[in-house]
Write a protein that binds this ligand. Structure first.
Ligand code: MG
Length: 442
């Protein structure tokens, strides 16, 4: 089993990840990079102090100096690395439940390292060929402030005066985690009024689970429905995601928000789009409208980032609402997404729900079939049953009929099959869902 999953190393203390592993990870990262300084940041989980200390010990023993950025969102650490051209380490389990933690590497350009880099670091963790210090070559650690430069970078990408004039009224949900130190400050800089929930850091995440699913953010939804806000936002634990509710408290589909952001940014810049096969044909519509190319990739933010780098693409995104804008940072950032949302509303002078309604109404239904590891058989069955449809195999199997599709793929993190059905026609989606469920259980 490779140590690095799709988003670094994740696990539960003394069950699947140990302090010893954290130390070896620090030694491996310190040995791998030739740079003298390495940044370290962390979230507010119960195990974050412990994992920070062992990772830092490994880095120092490998001879590196550590820049301690404190408890901040992952994208704030990424921006620090990019601005200072140094690699970094983030200690977080992102949106996973409170008992999890993990570590990931940040490249010097602020992006996720490619698979090649991860494999080399993994090799070092296993073989233990570490650089070890003498008493007079061991590294030292000092603290630095990363929030202010991060917020300044976000503000460079929006029309601050226009947003200020709007005097927005917002509701924010920081998941008792890292965005507590950034999102309220960002909104004050934009002179927006806000009401906050789960806006104190708490390692036990008493307010809600760190993943901003509709189920997990029901407190936010009921609050947003009962009071008037221009927009409501919920972050995940480490702040690389934001999901939004419109002014009526209705959740905005991530697939639609990303399309709106792409449309907005393409008004200002020219460049190609990079989206996974799970995104609906709405993104094709945006690409056509602006006369740019759309590159389809397998599902997952790391591969989107890689393709963006390789093709020098303008913008990438995921159907969960993650916007990746490499001119700013080649990775998702909930803070940037929030600032972009306010930029879009203030520049277009309409309610967010109206802006969403103006887009072609491509619907995207996501279904998870748990406890299935027979993807190959299911794929063969689907190919046969839908033999009249054209298909591609960029990730799993995507069956296409005009601007509707069915995507089936094995989950990257658990023994399950993920299904995405998208069309403008709800009946088409209902019919396909019935057929698919029949096919899978037969
Ligand atoms: Mg995250």
């Amino acid at each position: 089993m490779p140590l690095f999953g799709t988003n670094g190393i994740r696990g539960v203390l003394n069950e699947t990840i140990s302090p010893e592993l954290g130390y070896r990870f620090g030694m491996a990262v310190g040995t791998y990079y030739v740079d003298k300084k390495i940044a370290v940041a962390y979230d507010n989980r119960t195990t974050s102090d412990l994992f920070r200390d062992v990772v830092v010990a490994g880095l120092l023993n490998s001879g590196k100096d550590v820049v301690d950025l404190g408890m901040i969102p992952t994208p704030a650490a990424q921006i620090y690395c990019k601005l200072n051209n140094i690699p970094g380490v983030m200690i977080t389990a992102s949106h996973n439940p409170p008992n999890f933690n993990g570590f990931k590497v940040i490249s010097k350009d602020g992006s996720n390292p490619g698979k090649g880099e991860e494999v080399k670091i993994e090799g070092l963790i296993e073989n233990g060929n570490f650089n070890k210090s003498r008493w007079d070559t061991v590294g030292a650690s000092h603290k630095e402030e990363a929030v202010e430069p991060y917020l300044r970078e976000i503000l460079k990408n929006v029309n601050r005066d226009q947003i200020r004039k709007k005097r927005f009224r917002l509701l924010i949900d920081c998941a008792n985690s890292t965005t507590v130190v950034t999102t309220p400050r960002l909104l004050r800089l934009l002179e927006a009024n806000y009401v906050s929930i789960n806006a104190n850091t708490d390692s036990y995440f008493p307010g809600r689970e760190p993943e901003p699913t509709e189920e997990n953010i029901k407190d936010l939804i009921s609050f947003a429905k009962s009071t008037e806000f221009d927009l409501s936002v919920a972050h995940d634990g480490d702040g690389d995601r934001a999901v939004f509710l419109d002014e009526k408290g209705k959740m905005i589909d991530g697939d639609k928000f990303v399309a709106l952001a792409a449309d907005h940014l393409l008004d200002k810049y020219k460049g190609d789009l990079v989206f996974p096969v799970a995104s609906s044909f709405l993104i094709d519509w945006v690409a056509q409208k602006h006369g740019v190319k759309l590159i389809r990739t397998p599902v997952g933010a790391p591969v989107i980032s890689e393709v963006l780098t390789r093709t020098n693409g303008l913008l990438g995104g995921e159907e969960n609402g993650k916007v990746i804008f490499p001119r700013y940072l080649n990775g998702g950032d909930g803070g940037l997404s929030l600032a972009l949302a306010l930029d879009i509303i203030s520049s277009r002078g309409a309610e967010i729900s109206d802006l969403i309604k103006e887009l072609p109404d491509y619907k995207l239904r996501r279904i998870k079939i748990a406890n299935r590891d027979d993807f190959k058989e299911i794929k063969a069955k689907f190919k046969e049953y839908y033999s009249k449809m054209s298909y591609d195999e960029i990730d799993g199997l995507r069956l296409l009929e005009k601007d509707s599709f069915i995507l089936i793929r094995p989950s990257g993190t658990e023994p399950a099959i993920r299904i995405y059905i998208s069309s403008m026609d709800s009946e088409w989606i209902d019919r396909r869902e019935r057929e698919i469920k029949g096919l899978i259980t037969s």
